[in-house]
Design a protein around this ligand. Structure first.
Ligand SMILES: NC(=O)c1ccc[n+]([C@@H]2O[C@H](COP(=O)([O-])OP(=O)(O)OC[C@H]3O[C@@H](n4cnc5c(N)ncnc54)[C@H](OP(=O)(O)O)[C@@H]3O)[C@@H](O)[C@H]2O)c1
Length: 306
């Protein structure tokens, strides 16, 4: 299959390239050319996006990238809507023009957190600019006849280079020798290992089971439990303490609205017998082993004698 991946330079893009490139002809584009398998395309520029997609002639178009920093989106709504909504409309136009299926990645963050667990058919109620921009993207993609929308939860991926994301940020703090991690105890969600997500996506796009799917790791959890599991996986339970705080503690840093619960369940994937997502604890252990292979040894040295 010829697969065009737009905005493929991020956490998920890296895993999609890893999973799809060996068996398919892929063209991966982004605005940030941080690796040699990426070509330049700013999908906000319709003419440039059209030229790039037309020159490749894909069998399927995957629109992956977005502005994912909620605080940036809240303070730069014009760029957020241009990037996360209007660019998705560009992808819809291109998929229709080429008569190919369209894949779009959405987020668990489109819910308001009033429920503890959301299935694929629950009604979104986005709270902030990022969530609204992504939900508007979903609505546009739903008007394309052959579409897949996959909703991810808290993405685990990218490794040390993506040091602003939850797990990766904690890894950085641990590498700096931090003896206490401050973790919020009032945020529920579902981790999503990018490699598992990419594999499940790859299996789904071989089918014609078009539509919208929650696609997160198995299990129900929250930030606190994920941080505790990380410490345990790294063998640092005895030497690193976790201080529970409420999300008010980080209110000035993370000021964009976030739902108290963004837990998803992969109900439609299960009904179709296509839920390949593993339990989040197993995925977390694999993520650390795959992306931070030397960390356990480095951390053991740092905390030796502590
Ligand atoms: N991260 C999460 O926890 C999470 C959860 C649920 C859903 N998602 C969704 O999953 C998808 C992938 O997210 P991710 O975590 O991989 O995000 P990421 O690491 O921030 O990667 C997004 C990529 O899109 C690129 N991009 C931004 N604007 C672009 C433009 N105008 N043209 C081309 N590329 C552009 C970014 O480049 P720059 O780095 O230069 O901006 C970046 O390389 C997104 O659609 C996101 O909304 C993410």
């Amino acid at each position: 299959m010829k697969i065009y991946l737009a905005g493929c330079g991020g956490m998920l893009g890296e895993a999609l390239h890893r999973v799809l490139a060996p068996g398919h002809e892929v063209l991966c584009t982004d605005i940030d050319l941080n690796v040699d398998w990426l070509q330049l395309c700013d999908f906000r520029d319709f003419a440039a996006y059209e030229r790039s997609v037309s020159a490749f002639g894909p069998d399927i178009l995957m629109h992956i990238g977005a502005h994912t920093d909620l605080e940036y989106c809240e303070t730069n709504p014009d760029d957020a809507y241009r990037t996360n909504t209007l660019s998705v409309e560009h992808a819809c136009t291109l998929a229709r023009a080429h008569g190919v299926p369209l894949v779009y990645i959405s987020t668990a963050g489109i819910f308001d957190g009033g429920k503890l667990l959301y299935d694929d058919w629950d009604a979104p109620n986005p709270l902030g600019v990022y969530a609204r921009s992504k939900h508007l993207g979903e609505l546009a993609v739903q008007r394309v006849p052959d579409h897949f929308i996959f909703r991810a939860g808290w993405m685990m991926g990218g490794g040390p280079a993506k040091d602003k994301k939850f797990i990766n940020k904690l890894m950085k703090q641990l590498l700096a020798g931090s003896r206490t991690l401050r973790i919020v105890d009032d945020r529920l969600g579902t981790p999503t290992y990018t490699v598992d997500f990419a594999r499940n996506l790859a299996a789904m796009v071989e089918t014609r089971y078009y539509g919208l799917y929650n696609m997160v790791c198995g299990g129900e959890t929250g930030r606190l439990e994920v941080a505790e599991a990380l410490i345990e996986v790294l063998g640092l339970k005895e030497v690193v303490a976790i201080e529970r705080v409420s999300s008010d503690h980080f209110a000035s840093e993370y000021f964009a609205p976030r739902p108290p619960s963004e837990r998803l369940t992969n109900y439609r994937l299960r009904l179709r017998d296509m839920d390949m997502m593993r339990d989040w604890r197993m995925a977390l252990a694999d993520y650390i082993a795959d992306y931070f292979p030397d960390y356990p040894e480095r951390l053991a040295k740092i905390y030796a004698g502590a």
